[in-house]
Design a protein around this ligand. Structure first.
Ligand code: DAH
Length: 370
């Protein structure tokens, strides 16, 4: 620790060396200050009236200097006084700015740097499409129901009138939870392959009139390619009341397709089969790429395979057998149901050419929907 030496030699060279020593001690002690308390001790050690280093300089150097050297010594002591005061101020400023000598340059606060900006998120195109479709049906008075992704065979198949050996129950198509063999078939767990089981759950807890849409994730044992994914999304619809006819089904879906794809879109109902509807239909819309002409830019339209129509969803009148599973009186009520793939609609609406893009999480794809 530095102490102020008594001077015997007052020659300029001796004074130079004493001043150098003192300044180097000042530097070192300033650099060692790491806190406000350190700084107070540092200040007092150098500047306290009683016995601070500056006071000692007065006594040990200035007062002790012989007459001819007084001027020189006085000047140097004055300069030192200014330097000490400056060092004490600068040390405090350093402490208060949070930069202690031990901190890395990288830890210093650079207030000229731009702030941290949180990038704005975008609704995922699948969710966006889902919400749009739900909005169309909300406006028609439908409410939203959800069901579990892990279902029993009963809800996914049996209550929807699938016969016991229907191929959809095969492990080729359906992902079953392992170790369920000891349970009766209807209690075995599986990943739901469609949102239709929510129809059953809804009818079990609500009496007619029922108007619901059921959005959600579904799973199939499919290999992935540009148009297939083992996970995808569906929206189910169900309307049950007295006197619901196929006309209501046609009008409702025609309206929904126009609301989604534009009012010039036409719909066509094509005979089909589903175990839980009778009669059943596939709904096609006029091709939105070639306006239903089948030809675009002088070449056959690739999107509709030149047919002018694109198949979009399945539907039908609820099969009376289904009412038997939920305690509805099939002689008093009637209804329709439909189910559509959300990715398929999003692919058409946004011109996406690979279903995988929805699940890869690449922000360059996703941020385009912001
Ligand atoms: N569940 C069917 C599927 O996944 C879609 C479907 C067709 C749902 C007809 C329905 C319906 O409600 O009436 O392929």
């Amino acid at each position: 620790m530095y102490t102020v030496p008594k001077l015997i030699d007052f020659s300029p060279a001796a004074l130079d060396s004493a001043v150098r020593e003192l300044l180097s001690a000042l530097d070192q002690e300033s650099a060692a200050v790491g806190s406000e308390n350190d700084w107070k001790a540092f200040r007092d050690r150098w500047m306290a009236r009683k016995n601070g280093i500056l006071t000692q300089l007065n006594d040990l150097w200035l007062k002790a200097a012989p007459g001819p050297n007084k001027r020189d010594v006085g000047q140097r002591v004055n300069e030192l006084k200014a330097k000490v005061e400056q060092a004490v101020d600068a040390t405090l400023a350093r402490i208060q700015s949070g930069v202690s000598s031990g901190k890395l340059a990288a830890e210093r606060l650079d207030i000229t740097l731009p702030g941290i900006r949180r990038p704005l998120g975008a609704e995922h195109p699948v969710i966006k499409t889902m919400n749009e479709m739900i909005g169309v049906f909300r406006n028609l008075g439908y409410s939203v129901e959800e069901g579990p992704e892990i279902e029993t065979d009963f809800y996914n198949f049996e209550a929807l009138n699938f016969p016991p050996n229907h191929p959809a129950r095969d492990t080729q198509d359906t992902l079953f939870i392992a170790g369920q063999e000891s349970k009766p078939l209807r209690d075995r767990l599986l990943l739901r392959t469609h949102t239709s089981p929510v129809q059953i759950r809804t009818m079990q807890k609500m009496k007619p009139p029922v108007r619901v849409v059921c959005p959600g994730k579904v799973h199939r044992n499919d290999a992935l390619d540009a148009t297939h994914s083992p996970i995808f999304h569906q929206i189910e619809g169900l309307a049950v009341d007295s006197n619901i006819t196929f006309c209501d089904l046609k009008g409702t879906l025609d309206h929904a397709m126009k609301a989604m794809f534009g009012s010039s879109v036409k719909t066509r109902f094509y005979p089909s089969f589903f175990p839980f509807t009778e009669p059943s239909a596939d709904v096609q819309i006029s091709c939105i790429f070639c306006d239903g002409k089948g030809v675009r830019d002088g070449a056959p339209c690739r999107n509709c395979k030149a047919s002018g129509w694109i198949e979009l969803l399945g539907c039908g009148m609820v099969d009376p057998n289904v009412y038997g599973f939920v305690d509805y009186d099939a002689t008093k009520v009637s209804g329709f149901a439909f189910g559509m793939g959300v990715e398929r609609i999003a692919i058409l609406k946004y011109g996406v050419d690979d279903i995988q893009l929805f699940f890869q999480g690449d922000v360059r794809f996703l941020e385009q929907f912001g």
